[in-house]
Design a protein around this ligand. Sequence first.
Ligand code: ADP
Ligand code: MG
Length: 679
Amino acid sequence: MSPGKKPGALAEKLERLGITRREDLLLHLPLRHEDETRVTPVATALSAALSADETGSVQLQGAIIDSQIQFRPRRQLIVRLADVSGAITLRFLSFYPNQMAALAVGNQVRCVGEIRQGYFGAEMVHPRFRVVLPDTPLPETLTPVYPTTAGLTQSALSKLIDKALSEAPLDETLEAEFLAKARLPTLWDALLFLHHPPAGSDAHALVDRQHPAWRRVKLDELLAQQISLRRAYRARREIGAPRLAARGALAAALVRRLPFSLTHAQCLVFTEISADLNAPYPMQRLLQGDVGAGKTLVAALAICQTVESGWQAAFMAPTEILAEQHYLKLVDWLEPLGVEVVRLLGNQKGRARAARLAAARTAGLIVGTHALIQEGVDYERLALVVIDEQHRFGVQQRLALCRKGRAPHQLMMSATPIPRTLAMSYCADLDVSVLDELPPGRTPIRTRLARDGRREEVMAYVRKKVAAGQQVYWVCPLIEESETLQLKTALETHAWLAEALPELCVGLVHGRLKSAEKQAVMAEFAAGKMDLLVATTVIEVGVDVPNASLMVIEHAERFGLAQLHQLRGRVGRGAHESSCVLLYAEPLSPTARARLKIIFENNDGFEIARQDLKLRGPGEFIGSRQSGLPLLRYADLEADADLVETARALAEILLTRFPEKANPIRKRWLGEKEALLKA
Ligand code: ADP
Ligand code: MG
C-alpha cells in the first residue's frame, strides 16, 4: 500500500456503493457494456456515424500519426489516429503528461468512444484508450461498465468483482425443472453472463434488462423482497393479540342510526376486518379507498367491535384539523351508543391535559394527532389502532402507537391509492382491502384548467356559487422552499380576495395558526358562516364540508398529483354539482404539463396513482419509510409485473416447504437492511 493512502480507504469507497460483502460484489451489475471484442475499421465507423444520429460507442485501433497541443479556444490535445482504411481526430480537453506520452506519434492505440460531428469533422472526444502491440489479442467478452464512485476506477472495481466471480459459485435455489419451464438460467450463470457477456452478444439489447439473465437476477431480487415481507407477515401470526369476539350489536346499532346505508364495498371490507379482529393474532391491514369512499365509517365499525369486546381503540390523524373533524364525527356516531370518546391534541396543557390523560386511560376511543404517542400517554386496554392517511406517518410513529398496547390490531387507511404492482411488492407484509365504490349520489367533479390571466372569470364564478348558497375553497400556492414565504402569500391572497369580494365573508386558515384558532375557522366554515375559505395545504386531507362545491387551486403546476387529487376531493361531497379550477402560470415544465393533463383527464384515484408511478418511479412514490425495506435495484414493477407474481408464489412455497433455502436469498440481497420490518 502506498504511503499517504489510509488503510480502509478502499473499503470506504466500496461501502459508498453499498458493497461490504462478497455477495454485494456479485450483485453489483453493469449499467451497460462496451463491445471491445471487435475492432471497427475507421472508414466504416466514420460512414456509420455520418448516416445515424446515435451510433453508440465503437472500438478503433490504429497508429498515432499526429499529436499536438492547441491553445485555441482553450488548451487541448488533438491527436490523429489512422488505420489502413482512414483517419480520425481524437480530442482531449484535459490530459496528464503520461497520457500525452502514450499518445505519441508512432504508438499503436486501441480506443473506445462515440463518434460525433465536431466543428472540424468527425471526432472522438475523450475516448478511453490504451497502447497495444499490433498483435495484442482482443478480449473474449464484452466489457462491463459499472456504477462506481469518485476515486474508484472501473478497472479496480472490475478486478474485485472478477475475483469474487472466480470463487465458489452460489447455490441454486430454484429447481431445474422450474427454470427450464420459465426459460431462465441459474442465478450463477446469469451473473457470469451479465458481468461478462461472451463476444457476439448484443450490448445494446442488454440495456433494457429483458434478457433471460437479467430476468433471473430480477426474479431473485423480487424473491428476496417477498421472502422478507412474507416472513414478517408470518412472524406476526405467532404473536398473540386480543380476540375481539363481540357479537356485533354495537356496529349494527351504528348502522341503524345512519341516514344512509353502507355501500356494498363497505360491507365487504368490514367483513374482512371483523374476521381479522376476531383472530388471536394482530391484524395489519391496509384499507385503500379513493377520496370520499367512506373509510372513516369502516373504521368506526371496527371501533364498535373493539369497544363491544371490552377493549380500547385509538384513532390517529396527521393534522389537527383532521383529528378534530374525525373527533366531531365519531362523537356524533358513537356517543349515542354509549361509547366514551376522548380527544388528545398537542395543544392541551396543565390541568386540562391531566384530565384528558386520565380519561384516555380507559375511554373506549381516543382520537388525536401525534399527541396519542407522546410520553406519559397510557391506555389500559388498547387493542385497535387506526391510522388515517397512513402515508403521512413514518414507520416509527406507527410503531410508537402500537407499543402503547400489547400487539394491538392495526388498521391503516390511505387515500393515496397504491397501484397493484406496488402493493404486491412493497406492501406484501400487509393484508390489503380496497373500497372500490363511492357512496351513491355523488356528482362527479368537473375539473377546469385556467391560465393565471383568467382570474377575473374565476372570481365571477366564485360569486355565482356563493349566490347559490354554496361555499368555496381557495388554495394558496405551495412554496416548498420557505414556510415564511408561504405564510406571506396566504396572508396576501386573503387580503386581496377580501378586497375583491367585499360582499363575501372570507376566512383564512394556515399552518401557523394556533390549533384552537384553526378549529374555530374550520368550525365556522363547516357551519356555513363563511363563504370563501382561503387555505394552505393544511386542508389537503380528509376535510369534509359537503356544502363546499368549488375549489380554486392557485399555481396548480407546483403541486404533486396525489396532492391535487386529495385537494380536489374536498369538494364533490354533497349533492351540488362541484368543480375544481386549476390556475396555472406559464411557462409549464414538461412534467408539470403532464401532471395537469393527468389530473384534468382523470377522476379515479387509482388511475392517477398508476400514472404517477410511471411519472415518478417507486422511489419517490412510496419512500422506503413505508415498509422499512430498501427499494428495488433492478426490478421494475411495471415492466416486470409477471416476475412480481412469480416471486410471490415462489416465496410462499419456499417459506412453507424449504425455509432453509429462503434465508440465503434474503440475506444476499438485504443483508442487515430489513431491521424495521421486525415490528
Ligand atoms: P374518505 O374515504 O375519503 O376518508 P370519508 O370517510 O371522509 O371518506 O367519507 C366521506 C363522506 O361520505 C362522509 O361525509 C361520510 O359520512 C359519507 N359516507 C360514508 N359512507 C357513506 C355511505 N355508505 N353513503 C353515503 N355517504 C357516506
Ligand atoms: Mg378520510
